[in-house]
Design a protein around this ligand. Structure first.
Ligand code: ADP
Ligand code: NI
Length: 214
């Protein structure tokens, strides 16, 4: 492993100490590993993939009063201190800026393959058993209801509505998690997503069965 990657790992671990369990170092580690796995199936610059995966949630706006610029500032400062090339810094910052689900309406067209890979990896970690666990953890963190049969999912939310949403955690499956499978960019990503998608459907079936005690 090269020194820059090693230093980035230490930096991210330190920065994310005490983070919410769904957005902590272990989330980053899973996304990093998934990114490397997908990268093996694509022609890409693996350094850019790894650095972007490691830095993608360094300052998530959800936990910084909605500020979308901190992650870019923090990452640039770190990479400059590490004497990374300007071209590398720009490529990584572009990925961090455009990876997010809620920003998908604003992303430019013709995204670089390195972004597509890390975005798939991040989305894969949002679904399946881990995705379910992360989602309930985040819902609990926000003190949202797990489920309320009287609250319908909102399928066409604007970015602002999505960020403000205090809907139920079960609704988040319909508002985001179940949509991810069809948004995968890479063939390998899609393959991994399919199994996890099916597991969420199974989970939801069982959830309703247990909810509706008869
Ligand atoms: P991104 O950072 O890609 O824009 P999100 O902000 O949608 O992604 O959230 C990342 C993860 O945080 C989700 O996959 C989910 O686990 C959790 N999360 C976000 N919003 C909610 C919510 N309203 N209810 C439950 N979990 C959520
Ligand atoms: Ni993430």
């Amino acid at each position: 492993m090269n020194t820059l990657i090693e230093n980035t790992i230490s930096f991210v671990k330190e920065k994310l100490a005490g983070a919410e369990a769904g957005h902590d170092w272990f989330h980053i580690e899973r996304v990093w590993k998934l990114s490397k796995k997908i990268a093996e199936t694509e022609r890409c610059n693996t350094d850019i993939v790894e650095l972007s995966a490691l830095l993608h949630d360094i300052a998530d706006p959800k936990f910084h009063n909605g500020d979308e610029t901190i992650a870019l500032t923090v990452s640039r400062e770190f990479l400059e201190n590490q004497h990374a090339e300007e071209r590398t810094i720009e490529q990584v910052l572009f990925i961090i800026k455009n990876i997010s689900f809620k920003n998908r309406g604003e992303a430019p067209e013709n995204l670089p393959v390195e972004l597509k890979i890390v975005q798939d990896a991040d989305r894969i970690d949002a679904i399946g058993a881990i995705g379910i666990a992360r989602t309930f953890n985040f819902g609990g963190f926000k003190n949202n209801l797990m489920y309320d049969p009287n609250i319908e999912p909102k399928l066409e939310m604007s970015k602002e509505e999505y960020k403000k949403s205090n809907g139920t955690t079960i609704n988040h499956f319909y508002e985001k998690l179940l949509l991810l499978k069809d948004l995968m960019n890479t063939k390998e990503g899609k393959k991994i997503a399919e199994e996890r998608h099916d597991f969420m459907l199974l989970f939801l079936d069982q959830f309703y069965k247990e909810w509706n005690v008869d």
